[in-house]
Design a protein around this ligand. Structure first.
Ligand code: KG4
Ligand code: ZN
Length: 362
């Protein structure tokens, strides 16, 4: 990570391209985050205050507590991020902020903060879609990655297969009809007594379990071969646990976790690879919190290799919520001329590719 913020300003009559420094802010769920990103790819700082310990006490994210903590932490996180990047606010060319989807009270903290900084400093503002941010996290460590490519976004709230046609241009190829993959990880973890956050705990304990111990179902959606469904799998795990309890039998946390995880991964990999092959895609990426799952990364690495597809994935720190990914996505919006005004609002159920309060400047 660079620590100095050297900005090449364009000289009069020079064709040298000016660097764009983006201050990015993310507060859509339980991470208060800020980052400084140069030209959409180079992360100068990436500051994350995670509220996980706080929400662990309640077994999941409590929206009001998340908003209150964001309010408490956001100025400090931004200050640290600018200082670690070696930047002053006056070096910043644009502010990118997540405005949806997410928890409304949590989003409002980041949006209000970004608008206040923009208003006071005159620095242009651009609202960014959280899931588009997750996808763009792949640009940070793969300078060679350019659209078109296909990306599986699997997080706590979303499971989408997206065709990235160009920078900022997305076609949704498939989505979940019920639970998101991360949501299923979290619910199953709670049911087997692992607690919150479920994904990393299942990932860890699965290494000690037998993935073939229990034959859990592979979710299918009638009539849409690429789409996902995880609620049947979740119910099958709950039924299995109830069955054990009724028979007075112990169950193995590690075997249930490993068998459940295998079922999720198999569905994500087979549906994704079928879509990629059918559409002649040669580059495939993964994104979102679930993309940090070690077995999922191994399974995609093997499947992509077998199918002659180049595979990309971000480091775990750029898979879970962070602001660097918002700076990466915001850069492409900004250079295309997209801006937000002081009427930018939080949009909790914003669709991928949709814009509200983000418009093309003259
Ligand atoms: O992208 P993210 O940080 O927040 C959302 O936008 O939702 O994703 C959080 C989700 C949670 O459901 C968490 O359990 C899951 O990602 N997750 C994982 C792993 N790390 C985080 N799931 C499986 N394996 C992991 N290692
Ligand atoms: Zn996320």
């Amino acid at each position: 990570m660079a620590t100095e913020c050297t900005v090449i300003k364009m000289q009069a009559g020079s064709s040298e391209k000016k660097d764009i420094l983006m201050l990015a802010i993310e507060s859509s769920c339980d991470e208060t985050a800020a980052a400084v990103v140069r030209n959409g790819r180079e992360v100068l700082s990436n500051t994350i205050y995670s509220q996980i310990d706080l929400h662990t006490l309640y077994g999941g994210v409590v929206p009001e507590i998340a908003s209150r903590k964001h309010i408490e932490k956001i100025n400090q996180v931004i200050k640290t991020s600018l200082s670690e990047a070696g930047c002053k606010l006056s070096d910043i060319d644009a502010i990118a902020v997540t405005y949806g989807p997410g928890l409304v009270g949590a989003l409002l903290v980041g949006v209000s903060e970004a608008k206040a900084i923009s208003f006071a400093s005159g620095i242009p503002l651009v609202g960014v879609h959280h899931i588009e941010g997750h996808i763009c996290a792949n640009f940070i460590e793969h300078p060679e990655l350019e659209p078109p490519f296909m990306c599986l976004v699997a997080s706590g709230g979303h499971s989408h297969l997206v065709l990235v046609k160009d920078y900022g241009e997305y076609d949704i190829i498939a989505k979940t009809h019920d639970d998101a993959a991360g949501e299923a990880f979290d619910k199953v973890a709670r049911a087997i007594g692992l607690g919150y956050p479920g994904g990393p705990k299942i990932d860890k304990i699965s290494k000690e379990g037998n993935p073939d111990a229990i034959a859990f179902p592979r979710g299918k959606v009638e009539g849409s071969e690429y789409d996902f469904s995880f609620s049947g799998l979740k119910s099958a795990v709950l039924n299995y646990l109830n069955g054990c309890r009724m028979k007075g039998e112990e169950f193995s946390q590690a075997d249930v976790a490993a068998s459940f995880q295998k079922a999720v991964i198999e569905v994500l990999v087979t549906h994704s690879l079928k879509a990629a092959n059918d559409m002649g895609v040669k580059k495939f990426a993964i994104a979102g919190g679930v993309a940090s799952n070690s077995s999922l990364r191994e399974a995609f690495t093997a499947a992509c290799k077998e199918n002659g597809i180049d595979f990309y994935y971000p480091s775990p720190i750029y898979c879970t919520d962070n602001a660097a990914m918002i700076g990466a996505a915001g850069y492409h919006e900004f250079i295309k001329g997209y801006r937000s005004g002081y009427d930018l609002n939080a949009v909790p159920s914003l669709n991928i590719g949709e814009k509200q309060g983000v418009f093309l400047s003259e």
